[in-house]
Design a binder for this molecule. Sequence first.
Ligand code: BGC
Length: 443
Amino acid sequence: MVSTAPPSAFHRRRRGLLAAACMAASALLAAASAATPAAGTEPAPPQALDVLHWWTSVSERRAADHLDARLAEVGIQWRDTAIAGGAGMAAAKVMKGRLLSGRPPAVSQLIGAVLRDWADLGLVLELDGVARQGEWARTLFPAVQAHVTHRGHVVAAPLGVHRINVLLYNRRLFDRLKLAPPQDWAAAERAAQALRQAGYLPVAWSDEPWQVATVFEALLLAEGGPALYQRLIVERDPDAYGRLAVGRALERLRWWRSLGSSGERPWTEAAREVAADRAGMLIMGDWAKGELMALGSQLGESFDCLPVPGTAGSHLYSIDTLAMLTGDYSRQSVQERMAAQLFSAPVQQGYNRIKGSVPVRRDIDPQALDSCARDSWLTFSRADAPRLPSLAHRMAADEALKDALMATVHRYAVDQRQGTEATQRRLATLVRALHKPPVTGTP
Ligand code: BGC
């Protein structure tokens, strides 16, 4: 039976003491296993942890395999449970089912608001000791540090930062048609016309609600700027939904959709349209860059990456995190070792290079990143740059509000009978009805 009471100060203290004791024990064990084994003794078998996640595309699979291999080097076996479905729409449901039936995996990809919800129920291991030992506070981006900290405790191992406001374009097609890079909307409109005339799809598109929402939030930032995005999505001021910029973002969404083929399909198919020279442009988080590269496309040659027009200098982000779940304290020391290893600089660099995201660490050399990742990492690290949390990827609101806003935007995109102003009013009503003040990272 799952307790729904938030962990009391006593329990938290007890877990803290337990964590410290286990870390000391695991340090002793690690030291012992590092010593040369006595003649005739077998090396200790790897300790296995079940990991539930939604990385099933070619690049995602390779990124997960990379983690698997790096963990094997320190004697931890990654036992894989991958649930297909972009943005974890299906995985979140499987996770909920397993938690509520008392069969949580040892580790799960839990991000944003969902991570906080499970942490509130006391189902997520606090990693304060690991973070202290690894000096996460000194090396992590402060925005990531705040993101993995809930009610004063570190509740997940951060893996990478994705940028959502990314426009990928097919350089081969742009060069063939002598088109300027889509740096602004005028260039994107000219390119769209020329691509269509030449028989290509101007845009790779899918009607899946989370993909529509991913494009919409980037357009909202483009049309409204960071201050309005903040008011709409973070502060959730219902009155702000009446602003003209929101209407413009909705209309641009319909225009963008009209440039692709309609129908719901996985994001990987949209990426394949670009890789196979069938489509010219794609607005999608930079995991699509990772996918194009995994499909053999060369960044800077066959395709390139720009901030969505009007969003250069801003970073609309989604942070991937793995949470260690409570329930079986015998695996705690392995979970802690896993969290520490995931944070190490080499693992961070190797994983993020494949995944398309950027390391969560401030102490890496940006010159080692590809051009797209470098712009993302540098923008994310600039003290004065607007860093905006993604709605579609659970960074900004709980599931109920996210799903309600996403459904309304989706309906507007696919159903021409939905008026722009009526949709703005509907969004405002939802925000008013479902607003909950956010819980911050610090106590
Ligand atoms: C995750 C990415 C993943 C993408 C597509 C996002 O929510 O943060 O890691 O690649 O969804 O499934």
